[in-house]
Design a protein around this ligand. Structure first.
Ligand code: G3I
Length: 373
């Protein structure tokens, strides 16, 4: 009797707590404030590692494919589209009630060379490129009409100093390629949200250029719902003040803000952008945490996470989604960028698929903010 009573008391104390723990996810804590998303790869979507697939379904409220909807993988040749992976991502999102974003329609990187040249290998005329863009965007956006909440329509059109990147799109069509992309995407799915997405958005000159673009697009009657700040950030840069200033400027321009590819590299970096053509030589000094991250460094990283997350919450009237660029430290692109073969720790789940302790603090923080709807 006595033991039974004690067990019953223990159950009364413990069970509700374990239940609450099971309910405690970032998806739930941020509900009504912003979506909390993750970039997914095909192993996760295909269930090759079911633990990862389940974590995605449970801990997040949104997904974006890390690679398979980019121009090259989805449209490798003019007359050939590869739908298998992208179809699976959209179905995975629907099955698990996760909001799906499309990434990305027009990008200078990961795009087939065929897009820009004729059969003789010469640059095509502006009208030809414009028509290829129209076909590409109409076909891809049209296929998922009504099933994808919004698209990264144009990715990385500016240099950090605010000038236009001299991509093939820019060289052949001038800056109007951006306007065309937004027009075509809107024609293909009038209800889809449309985003401009870039890295180093908090760099003043780049932010000013992006604000200028937003104004121009709006003046031309184009739909643009949000600017995506990729947020591939570091331990010491950018400052929280710089990020906040960019939020204020974007908010004043009348667009929503999305944190689209959030990760915080814990490693020293010779470079602070996300231009994947940048690469530097490996050295042991640049890869200091092969065995483990020292406590003091981990604490600093946690503080960075919380400072940034606090800012997203403070601006949750305009921040509509926060997406981390990958699930676990094992799968992060940063293990190979900008130096190949390092061991980075930039994400919210560790190499054993274990949620990092900072997530509990993020959840507590998020719960202090009221839902905006
Ligand atoms: O799919 C091929 C595979 O068939 C081949 O065997 C293998 C050999 O290298 O490459 C595979 O493709 C790789 C692809 O990721 C899928 O894993 C590419 O080489 C590799 O370059 C590509 O890297 C991606 C990178 O974009 C370039 O597109 C990263 O995973 C992805 O995280 C990264 O994401 C970008 C965002 O889209 C835009 N913002 C910057 C961000 C980080 O660079």
């Amino acid at each position: 009797m006595k033991i039974k009573t004690i067990l019953a008391i223990i159950a009364i104390i413990i069970l509700p707590n374990t239940h609450t723990m099971a309910q405690n996810t970032l998806a739930k804590a941020t509900k009504g404030k912003f979506l909390f998303g993750v970039a997914v790869n095909m192993q996760q979507v295909n269930g090759v590692n079911p633990i990862e697939s389940e974590l995605i379904a449970k801990e997040f409220s949104a997904i974006v494919p890390e690679n398979c909807m980019k121009p090259q993988p989805i449209h490798p040749e003019e007359k050939r589209y590869e739908w298998t992976d992208a179809d699976k991502v959209v179905a995975f999102g629907e099955k698990n009630k996760l909001v799906v974003t499309g990434h990305c329609l027009i990008w200078h990187s990961q795009i087939g060379r065929w897009f820009f040249v004729d059969s003789a290998g010469k640059d095509v005329a502006p009208e030809v490129l414009k028509e290829r863009m129209r076909q590409h965007i109409h076909t891809v956006v049209g296929r998922y009409k009504g099933r994808i909440k919004g698209w990264d329509v144009v990715n990385e059109a500016f240099e950090d100093n605010g000038t236009f990147r001299k991509s093939k799109f820019y060289q052949i069509l001038g800056k109007d390629f951006i306007k065309y992309a937004f027009q075509f995407a809107h024609e293909a799915d009038p209800k889809a949200e449309l985003y401009y997405n870039d890295y180093n958005v908090e760099t003043p000159a780049k932010c000013e250029a992006i604000v200028g673009l937003v104004k121009e697009l709006k003046a031309a009657g184009c739909r643009i719902d949000a600017v995506g700040s990729q947020a591939h950030w570091h331990m010491d840069s950018p400052t929280i003040d710089a990020i906040e200033t960019s939020f204020k400027n974007l908010k004043a321009a009348g667009v929503k803000i999305l944190i689209t590819e959030w990760d915080i590299s814990i490693l020293p970096s010779p470079y602070s952008g996300a231009n994947i053509s940048q690469n530097f030589r490996y050295s042991k000094e640049m890869d200091p945490y092969r065995e483990a991250v020292p406590d003091s460094v981990q604490k600093e990283w946690n503080k960075r996470v919380l400072d940034m997350f606090g800012l997203y919450l403070k601006y949750n009237d305009v921040v509509d989604r926060v997406t981390v660029w990958g699930l676990t430290d094992n799968g992060t692109w940063l293990n190979n960028f900008p130096i190949r073969g390092r061991k980075d720790y930039p994400l919210l789940f560790d190499r054993n698929n274990k949620r990092k302790s900072v997530v509990d603090e993020m959840i507590t923080m998020a719960k202090k903010y009221k839902s905006k709807n």
